[in-house]
Write a protein that binds this ligand. Structure first.
Ligand SMILES: Nc1nc2c(c(=O)[nH]1)N[C@H]1C(S)=C(S)[C@@H](COP(=O)(O)OP(=O)(O)OC[C@H]3O[C@@H](n4cnc5c(=O)[nH]c(N)nc54)[C@H](O)[C@@H]3O)O[C@H]1N2
Ligand SMILES: Nc1nc2c(c(=O)[nH]1)N[C@H]1C(S)=C(S)[C@@H](COP(=O)(O)OP(=O)(O)OC[C@H]3O[C@@H](n4cnc5c(=O)[nH]c(N)nc54)[C@H](O)[C@@H]3O)O[C@H]1N2
Ligand SMILES: [Mo]
Length: 752
């Protein structure tokens, strides 16, 4: 194997259209291979779901290998997966509960810690208690949390960090197709003749998926490639057409592309007629977006938009992927939905090579959404549909009135309630908001409020555990059993390979312990939560999912032991029927400009009857615009070697060495104007705060800066200059999905 730090994608194994992607098994192991036991799992450092085995010797993980037979990766692994498991052994793992005493966190027994939490829970009304969870736990853990929060406590304040991540994927899928669930499959890459990457730096964020794309590009009859990104990245360098749009103009571009498809007749009128509603409005609205107007607003040449339109309009089988360049911007859902529109107009769904992936980011984000740990109702049920609420009440054997009614509280609102004193207990699991939420000065302030009781459940000390009242030590991936579902609906079973350190417990066991101590009961006085193992939780979830789009009933642990399986089959919507029946859909819809929910009568009046919605939305400029004081745009994102707030990858020597510090990207012409040289320490300032890092001169759009968001103060010690990008980002979100606008701040840059 070549050096996966030097070359994150590994050797090419070219293949042609309709052929099977060749196997290439990647492996990294310390010591002798012959004396290890192999334990199956899948990657938890991105959403691709790469299947792998952990090598175990003497009760310790000593390496990994990709699983050649798995449908997702055919044996390949990326740099984070090859090296990342070493974080499990970090000497500073949390091994006992901690409680705050006289200002400091001190070790305590599980009884002491849990008693504090239970006492506080019993003192407070349901609406005073909030839960903020993750996209990195296992399905069994989310489902248990969702049941205890909704039917045990009865609070509407439950959400995941998936709000920051793929809330827009869910919103866009629901808005167009009626429910969440990816229409496409990774195997579409084996058949397509065009790939469009909408705000997705797939080369750095899903390295194995990128390897599959590159292998098609190096084989016979390669697919064309379009990339939309204001920066130069490995993706944009490979693409045939790179649209380096000004941040915040995705919707203008999409409207112009759609106008072009319609005016050139590059659409399938029979498919549109039979399977969609809204075409006339879409045609009327996009007529206002001629290519030259878009070129001006987006800051890209007319010719390049025309080239992209021609590829989209004339290809035979298109794969689109959409991610944070679209989702973390204003009008996020409106823009993401236009990608669905392109596929609907061209009938590019439900057949080999034609698919949309409204991507996930975190490894288990799909499950947060499916199980309702993001606040939605479990099983892609509709919170506004009383029949769906009754189904759940029946299943859990509780009175429907005990479940929270109405719209669930989204994460940004939960934090606002904590700031205002409406939420008095906040239980944070497997996420590090003191680095990952926008406007960190505000987040630190509100998490430190004396009136707020904060529980933080993590595997390491973090910027967030530092602010907690109680810290609970969790078992990590590899130390517990459970399932999770990747971005193309493939479900993997992850087995327990080793024991957790010290007194750390699985997140499932922690939630079960809490439910038992709270003595949650059903209508007949029996325990509300009747399972005590991962498989028991999974079986309860299977029953909950029955008859819904994400039906897991055929996918028991035994079946998953044979390898990853997709729920819903290879592709959704093959027959052209969508999940938009009023009684079945997950949402009655929202105004995509304002986010205002529509009611059942409005949905019924449209009579979608299994047809998909073509939504038309006018562009509005972002609220925060560059001005004299803050003349440029800052956008933020990821680098290939690090995962989020670096709690794992920062503890892995190979990965830490590859990118020990953040940086700030600017174009050569801006650097010259500002007299900044490569490596100079620079400072980005916004109305919220400042961050400092060395300058990097790159192919980013002039007028735009980019900073990775990975580094909290844990990296540098509290005394150092601020390195987290979220010191400068703002508290603002897409009105439909409520996903924050990490990709868009007016800022200025100064040399330090
Ligand atoms: N190495 C690594 N891989 C990861 C992760 C990680 O932390 N590290 N995290 C995982 C998770 S949770 C997620 S959500 C995914 C995210 O995966 P991506 O979405 O691919 O990652 P980002 O870097 O956040 O954003 C993608 C691109 O959006 C571009 N962009 C910025 N502003 C705009 C804009 O206005 N319009 C357009 N069109 N593009 C814009 C940025 O320049 C960036 O290159 O990655 C997953 N995989
Ligand atoms: N500026 C800016 N900010 C962003 C983004 C951006 O692009 N730009 N992206 C956003 C996105 S897409 C995301 S997904 C978020 C990610 O933001 P976070 O979720 O805050 O990031 P992580 O560092 O992954 O935090 C996960 C935490 O869970 C812990 N953990 C890991 N495994 C387990 C486990 O099994 N059990 C428990 N209990 N704990 C565990 C880790 O140690 C870590 O502290 O950041 C968001 N913030
Ligand atoms: Mo994410």
């Amino acid at each position: 194997m070549n050096d996966r730090i030097e070359d994150p994608w590994g050797e090419r194994t070219p293949y042609g259209p309709g052929e099977r992607w060749p196997v290439r098994q990647d492996q990294l192991i310390t010591g002798d291979v012959d004396d290890v036991a192999w334990v199956p799992t899948a990657s938890v450092l991105h959403s691709n779901g790469d299947a792998m085995d952990l090598a175990v010797r003497d009760g310790r993980i000593v390496g990994v290998r990709g699983r050649p037979g798995d449908r997702v990766n055919h044996g390949r692994l990326g740099p984070k997966d090859l090296y990342g498991w070493q974080a499990n052994h970090s000497p500073d793992r949390l091994t006992t509960p901690l409680v705050r005493e006289g200002g400091a966190l001190v070790p305590a027994s599980w009884d002491t810690a849990m008693d504090l939490i239970v006492t506080r829970s019993k003192e407070l009304d349901a609406e005073r208690i909030g839960f903020y969870t993750s996209g990195q736990l296992f399905l069994e853990e989310y489902y248990t949390l969702a049941v205890l929060a909704k039917a045990g406590i009865g609070t509407p304040h439950l959400d995941g960090n998936t709000r920051l991540c793929t809330a827009t994927a869910a919103s866009a899928l629901k808005a167009s197709f009626g429910t969440d669930g990816q229409p496409g499959s990774y195997t579409d890459l084996d058949f397509c003749d065009a790939i469009a990457l909408w705000g997705h730096n797939v080369a750095e964020t899903q390295t194995v998926l990128w390897a599959r794309m590159l292998d098609r590009r190096r084989g016979p009859a390669p697919p064309a490639m379009i990339a939309v990104d204001p920066r130069e990245t490995p993706v944009t360098r490979e693409a045939d057409v790179h649209l380096a749009v000004r941040p915040g103009t995705n919707l203008v571009l999409m409207n112009a592309l759609i106008r072009r498809l319609i005016e050139r007749g590059w659409y399938d009128p029979d498919y549109v007629e039979a399977h969609t509603i809204g075409f006339a409005d879409l045609r009327r609205l996009t007529a206002g977006y001629p290519v030259d107007r878009a070129a001006q607003l987006c800051g890209v040449p007319v010719r390049r938009i025309d080239q992209a339109a021609e590829i989209l309009g004339t290809c035979k089988a298109l794969v689109s992927t959409v991610l944070q360049g679209f989702y973390q911007s204003h009008q996020a859902t409106a823009a993401a939905v236009q990608v669905n529109n392109v596929h609907l107009l061209r009938g590019m769904l439900g057949r080999p090579g034609a698919g949309v992936l409204q991507m996930n980011g975190q490894p288990t984000a799909q499950n947060t959404r499916e199980t309702g740990a993001d606040g939605d109702l479990p099983g892609m049920r509709n919170w506004a549909n009383p029949a769906h609420l009754r189904e759940l009440a029946e299943l859990w054997n509780v009175d429907p009135g005990t479940l929270p009614q109405g719209q669930p509280t989204h994460a940004m609102e939960i934090f606002r309630k904590a700031e205002q004193g409406d939420v008095r207990m906040l239980w944070i699991s497997a996420t590090n908001p003191a680095v990952s939420l926008p406007d960190l000065p505000r987040i630190r302030r509100l998490l430190s409020r004396p009136g707020l009781f904060t529980v933080v459940q993590d595997i390491f000390p973090t910027e967030t555990t530092e602010l907690a009242d109680v810290v609970l030590p969790a078992a990590a991936w590899g130390e517990k059993q459970g399932t999770f579902t990747n971005a193309d609906r493939t479900v993997h079973l992850s087995e327990q390979a080793v024991r957790p350190p010290g007194e750390a417990r699985s997140d499932l066991d922690i939630f079960l312990d809490y439910a038992a101590r709270m003595d949650f009961r059903d209508r007949d006085g029996k325990p509300l939560i009747r399972w005590s193992t991962p498989e028991g939780a999974y079986e309860a979830w299977q029953a909950c999912s029955a008859g819904r789009p994400c039906d897991y009933t055929g996918l028991g642990y035994d079946r998953l032991r044979e390898g990853g399986v997709q729920w819903g089959g290879e592709r959704l919507y093959s027959g052209g029927g969508f999940n938009t029946e009023t009684g079945y859909c997950e949402t009655y819809g929202q105004d995509l400009l304002t986010g205002e929910p529509q009611d059942e009568a409005a949905h019924r009046a449209k009579d979608p009857a299994g047809r998909a919605f073509l939504h038309a939305v006018p562009y509005q400029p972002p609220e925060e615009q560059p001005d004299a004081a803050y003349p440029m745009l800052l956008t933020t994102g990821r680098v290939v070697y690090h995962f989020h707030t670096r709690t794992k990858t920062g503890r892995v020597p190979e990965l830490d060495r590859a990118a020990p510090r953040p940086w700030i990207e600017l174009s050569a012409e801006d650097a010259e104007r500002l007299a900044v040289s490569e490596g100079d320490l620079v400072r980005v300032e916004t109305r919220r705060g400042a961050m400092e890092a060395p300058a990097r001169i790159t192919g980013v759009r002039p007028g735009t800066r980019f900073a990775p968001f990975h580094s909290g103060y844990w990296d540098t010690g509290t005394a150092g200059p601020p390195t987290a990008a979220n010191e400068v980002t703002m508290t603002a979100w897409d009105p439909v999905s409520k996903q924050p606008l990490y990709k868009l701040s007016a800022a200025r840059l100064v040399r330090v």
